[in-house]
Write a protein that binds this ligand. Structure first.
Ligand code: E4P
Length: 229
């Protein structure tokens, strides 16, 4: 399962990229708006932060298919290679996805704001390369986000559809883990939640114990490299 970072906050992107094996950055209009910066500058800065080969996801604003396609083309030109346009799973969105893929099959398209397996299946049939189901929003609605992911995975495998599920909208580590077990190809995680995937008090205790044992024998200031000389 691949990990993406769900933010447009440059410092957070930089810090996370230094430590985590991230495959790219996902944004949406709400995430972009939070940064209060010109769209072009922000997307350029994110691209230079993540390099040319990591995936950058940005979303259209239009509601009509024809304008969605124009916005998708403009975003792709601006963001360079390794770019995926996000298009909401509406009727007009479905039309836009099919039109973009007809025009250029190599254009990466993500169907977003997915809440049901049928939305995912239709979007994959229209040619979407990725679908992004919103797990926590489903859970908050009294539905089962993980069940939706599991059913999407089953449908894509049954019908041999080359579409990847990118689980989105998470509030806790368990949702992300359940997503992995349910067969998601990727997840997109906020900068706040990402470090929690590693956090465990027994890991901290083990590291402290290693340090104490080392210091007892070699001294608290002993350098490992020096000890090898
Ligand atoms: C992904 O790209 C989605 O837009 C995002 O994860 C939605 O998350 P939220 O429910 O926290 O807004």
């Amino acid at each position: 399962m691949l990990y993406y970072l769900d933010t447009a906050h440059l410092d957070s992107i930089q810090q996370a990229m230094e430590c985590f094996p991230l495959s790219g950055v996902t944004t949406n209009p709400s995430i972009i708006s939070k940064e209060c910066q010109p769209l072009g500058t922000l997307l350029r800065d994110i691209r230079s932060c993540i390099g040319p080969s990591r995936m950058l996801f940005a979303q259209v604003i239009a509601r009509e298919a024809e304008q969605m396609v124009r916005e998708a083309d403009a975003l792709r030109q601006w963001c360079g290679p390794s770019f995926s346009v996000k298009i909401p799973a509406t009727v007009q969105g479905l039309k836009a996805i099919a039109s973009i893929k007809r025009q250029d099959p190599s254009f990466h398209v993500t169907a977003t704001a997915i809440f049901t397996p049928q939305q995912a299946l239709l979007c994959a049939r229209a040619g979407a390369d990725y679908v992004a189901p919103y797990i926590n929003r489903l859970d908050n609605f009294g539905a089962d986000g993980i069940q939706v992911i599991a059913e999407i995975s089953r449908l894509f495998s049954t019908y041999k559809l080359p579409c990847q599920t990118v689980g989105a909208s998470f509030r806790n580590v368990q949702q992300i883990h359940s997503c992995a077990l349910a067969g998601a190809g990727a997840v997109t995680v906020s900068p706040d939640l990402l470090p929690l995937l590693l956090q465990h008090p027994l890991t901290d205790a083990a590291v402290e114990e290693f340090k104490r044992h080392w210091a007892n024998t070699y001294g608290a200031k002993a350098d490992l490299i020096e000890q090898l000389k």
